[in-house]
Design a binder for this molecule. Structure first.
Ligand code: NIG
Ligand code: FE
Length: 386
């Protein structure tokens, strides 16, 4: 079966060849795309398009690659609306709220957890996300972390073991014992269902030495490392990610000049999560500063019930443009090709021959409208590679 999407007014390809000529998004006008067996098989001018079994007429609207959301925490039960309400009334965000969700998650059945993930993945899909990374981290026991990842695996291959989210209450007096649990039996139970291992490297969670130990154990078990770092204040996490040559480090809210240079030199992707700053009232980091320094930037949702309960990458794009100094093109790139880079993927995030046929038809003439019309459901249709 082949499908021709034609009469595309603006096609965002993210073709790296075009980026070399200064067009970051590799935009083509009056374009068409052919999809065969779930892959892009042809890209060109609509006037030259070959015949196909089925045809979608884009009606002059824009088509962009599906969003790649490289950071979410969808395996959870309950919500923290009261905490959000208190925060909006002046309370500050504290990572301790994570324990509220841990208690609710432990009490939920597998089916309840899976139903929650399904609901949120569907919500994401309707907003254009076609690849999603999902973390554990609200189980924090051997069984609850393993089942969190097993549930997540039912929805994506991009699963991340985050047993080192916070120290759970039963280990409050023995953080070293908890690190030993995470690097021992918990990792062994989680690894079959995970591709990545992550640590919340932050004051009140895990320090740099603990993060180093946990990432090393994960790598020995075949998982690739990533970090939550520099979210609540300056800290050692971003420098550690660069030193270890990690694929990506996420949050990056508080960065020194040395951090920025280290990210650039290491080629580690900085994943910005502006929905977190929106929901916690923390200062937005400057995407402009990172892009200008030559750092690869990704935008992700961080969808979770505590620090950021949005599943919408269009919303994050709008925030990145309005609050982080990124151009609409940079923000759209960061939510597509940038997300792919943050997951070490080359088959998603762009629309070139051979890439997965994950694409979004926008109810708009150009990608700029994603930032220009915040809050408006502009995703008319999402096509996902079979
Ligand atoms: O990415 N930073 C740590 N973890 C989540 C927050 C989780 C929560 O508050 O429940 C985050 O922001
Ligand atoms: Fe997170």
């Amino acid at each position: 079966m082949s499908l021709l999407v034609t009469n595309i007014g603006e096609l965002v390809t993210n073709d790296p060849a075009a980026a070399g000529s200064g067009d970051l998004l590799g935009v083509r006008s009056d374009a068409a795309v052919v999809v065969e067996d779930g892959l892009v098989s042809w890209v060109g001018a609509a006037a030259d398009a070959p015949a196909a079994d089925d045809v979608v007429d884009a009606g002059g609207r824009a088509v962009i690659p599906g969003f790649v959301d490289s950071h979410s925490h969808l395996v959870f039960a309950g919500d923290r609306a009261q905490e959000f309400r208190a925060r909006m009334a002046g309370e500050s965000y504290a990572a301790g709220g994570i324990r509220t969700t841990v208690a609710a998650t432990r009490a939920a059945t597998d089916d309840e957890l899976a139903a929650g993930v399904a609901r949120h993945v569907d919500e994401m899909r309707r907003q254009g996300t076609t690849t999603v990374e999902i973390k554990s981290g609200y189980g924090l026991s051997v069984d609850d972390e393993a089942r969190s990842l097993r549930v997540a695996r039912g929805f994506t291959d991009e699963t991340t073991f985050l047993g080192a989210h916070v120290v759970p209450p039963e280990y409050a007096d023995d953080p070293a014992g908890y690190v030993a649990l995470v690097t021992g039996p918990m990792l062994a139970a989680a690894a079959p269902y995970a591709r990545w291992i992550d640590v919340f490297c932050e004051r009140g969670a895990f320090d740099a030495d603990q993060a180093r130990t946990i990432l090393a154990a994960g790598e020995a078990a075949g998982l690739r490392g990533r970090l939550h770092a520099n979210q609540l204040g300056p800290g050692p996490g971003v420098a550690l990610a660069a030193e270890l040559g990690l694929t990506a480090v996420d949050h990056c809210t508080y960065l020194s000049d040395d951090d920025v240079h280290a990210l650039r030199d290491a080629g580690t992707v900085a994943t910005l999560l502006p929905g977190v700053e929106f929901s916690t009232r923390q200062p937005y980091p400057s995407g402009r500063r990172l892009v200008d320094a030559g750092v690869t930037v990704a935008l992700a949702s961080d969808c979770n019930p505590g620090s950021c309960y949005t599943s919408s990458l269009p919303f994050c794009i709008a925030l990145a443009v309005r609050e982080m100094g990124m151009t609409p093109a940079e923000a759209v790139w960061a939510a597509t090709a940038g997300g792919a880079a943050a997951l070490g993927r080359t088959d998603v995030g762009s629309l070139v021959v051979g890439s997965r046929a994950d694409l979004i038809l926008l109810d708009a003439p150009s990608h700029v409208h994603l930032a220009y019309r915040p809050g408006v459901p502009l995703v008319a249709r999402t096509l996902v590679s079979a």
